[in-house]
Write a protein that binds this ligand. Sequence first.
Ligand code: KIV
Length: 262
Amino acid sequence: MNIHDFKKMKLEKRKISMVTAYDFLGAKAVGDSGVDTILVGDSAAMVIHGYDSTIHATPEMMVTHTAAVRRGAPLKFIIADMPFLTFRKGTEVAVQVAGDLLKAGANAVKLESLDGHEETIRYIIQSGIPVMGHIGLTPQFIQQIGGYKVQGRNEDAQKHLKRQAQELEKLGCFSIVLECVPQGLAQEIRDLLQIPVIGIGAGLQVDGQVLVYHDLLGLGTGHQPKFVRKFFAGYEGIRGALDQFHQETLAGTFPSEKETYQ
Ligand code: KIV
């Protein structure tokens, strides 16, 4: 897959699946699956590092995860998140971080929101780095938004989101993520754009779906938003295996004879 396939898949009405990955083994599992593309999300700050928001992701953190993911999934199209503020410090800083992510193994970068960094997006794209947009609920703006809630509920907000989506396409983004909006609005945005709209909490009427790896595998332990579907009881499975190891160690039934060198 390359950036041109995104538009082609939309044209051919083929849905795009995207999953986050942060480490070698997770990336290998996604890489060996049929999932189309990988996002090295700044959600790494939360699901891997235990912070309470994505604002703690740093360029170093994202470069390290991106390199591990590339080693795990050498053939997949990988998009890496530009961390909080890195695209608000001028084009020089932004292009440096985006370039470092590409050198670490990403094929493209993703940037949240639009207003005030239009020039930066244009500059990164003109520098040879494909950009994916991200609008709707943009977790890096959580303090301003005031909580993880559905966006685009009133007419002004809907107009604003539609304008942002069209502007991102005009700037040259190859795709956008649309997070946590009512499905009617998501469908309108999908129909306005030629580039694919990949939804998360945006309903069915979009060009693809993205989920966080830990959420879809049931590895998350905190509150899960309504749009998350657990495709696997990962946390229960891991806890069960750990408890079994502990109990068999105490009971003296591990290791068995077969697991022992004579
Ligand atoms: O960081 C992330 O995981 C994301 C997805 C939720 C789209 O941006």
